[in-house]
Design a protein around this ligand. Structure first.
Ligand code: GH3
Ligand code: MG
Ligand code: MG
Ligand code: MG
Length: 319
């Protein structure tokens, strides 16, 4: 069924990687041991969506983990693993626990339905099913799911610069830290601060300051090529860069390039003491995470190096 007539928040989703509403068709996994049911449900739901079919619980679980669908339509009575066991398994796995599940079953007593909802299903459809009811309920759940994803992304993106925000950084650094600790890999971190930005605002006005912040953020983001390297807005005119699995030499080269390229952007800054253009100072450090250390200690070191970069004249990387 068409999604075109639905009321929906309009967001410009051309600004990758934060295309806030995915343009990919939604994926629905149908798990039912009766072939006729699978065929009918597939025909009902396939318009503008991708439908994946599983003929029993085991296959359902495997396909759910592999495809991470946006919705699962789950039969209850199946030979082997029942629908109840399938949903328990889905809800106990971090990667699948957030996928909404709708039961579709001929077990239709109030107790059956309550049991299914208690297991974490978002809805319960009785068999024999009415085609229009299946379509309407699926549409509702998918809409909720889209809105939820949209809000989750909005919560992690800085609205001015459209790079990640501090909250995303806090989540990301924990994951990266633990990952590098497990694999005994180095992690490099950097704090970046725009030089004499207060006087930039004084000279050109706050709106121009905002524009300069956007330009600098976008430029740095474009220079980070590997998918796991991230830049986030740390505070006012400060940014943080996380480079997982990156040794000190590589990190120094990347950050030196970034520092130089900002001055080469030639954003006029006539009241800067050290240049005619906007420049940044960077503090950086590399660590192999150890049991006793935390990522906060790395931040502390990096912050001291940033202070040194400022003290030594700005527009430089200190290590
Ligand atoms: P330094 O070289 O020592 O970093 O000097 P600075 O002037 O950049 O340092 P300071 O921390 O004193 O000033 C930071 C300025 O950044 C002050 C604040 O007005 C400006 N700023 C922070 N966030 C924003 C923002 O979102 N938009 C604009 N336009 N300015 C901002
Ligand atoms: Mg069945
Ligand atoms: Mg600052
Ligand atoms: Mg500054």
């Amino acid at each position: 069924s068409s999604l075109e007539n639905e009321p929906f928040i309009m967001i410009d989703d051309t600004k990758d990687p934060f295309s806030l509403i995915g343009s990919e068709p939604e994926k629905i996994l149908i798990v039912d041991d009766a072939k006729d049911n699978r065929t009918m449900l597939c025909e009902l739901l396939m318009s503008q969506r991708k439908v994946i079919l599983a003929k029993d619980g085991a296959q359902g679980l495997a396909l759910a983990t592999k495809h991470l669908p946006d919705l699962i339509l789950l039969d209850v009575m199946m030979p082997g693993i029942t629908g109840h066991q399938v949903i328990r398994s889905l809800k106990s796995d971090e990667s699948t626990m957030h996928i909404p599940v709708i039961f579709i079953s001929s077990k239709i007593s109030a107790d059956d339905e309550k049991y299914g909802l208690d297991l974490g299903a978002v809805d319960y459809i009785s068999k024999p099913f009415h085609p229009a009811i299946v379509q309407a309920r699926v549409k509702n759940v998918l809409r909720e799911q889209r809105n939820k994803k949209l809000l989750e992304k909005l919560a992690l993106v800085d609205s001015l610069t459209e790079i990640y925000n501090r909250r995303f950084y806090e989540l990301d650094i924990r994951k990266v830290w633990n990952g590098c600790k497990r694999e005994n890999k180095a992690i490099s971190l950097a704090l970046l601060d725009i030089d004499y930005f207060k006087s930039y605002n004084d000279e050109y006005g706050h709106l121009s300051g905002d524009e300069a912040l956007r330009l600098v953020a976008k430029h740095i983001k474009n220079q980070l090529k590997r998918p796991h390297d991230i830049i986030a807005r740390y505070g006012g005119e400060e940014f943080v860069i996380v480079l997982p699995d990156t040794n000190a030499d590589d990190a120094k080269r990347i950050l030196t390039d970034i520092c130089q390229s900002i001055e080469q952007l030639k954003i006029p800054h006539e009241s800067s003491v050290i240049s005619h253009y906007v420049t940044i100072s960077i503090g950086g450090a590399t660590m192999i995470p150890k049991h006793e250390a935390s990522h906060e200690e790395l931040v502390k070191i990096v912050d001291e190096y940033l202070y040194q970069a400022k003290a030594q004249g700005r527009n430089r990387v200190c290590w």
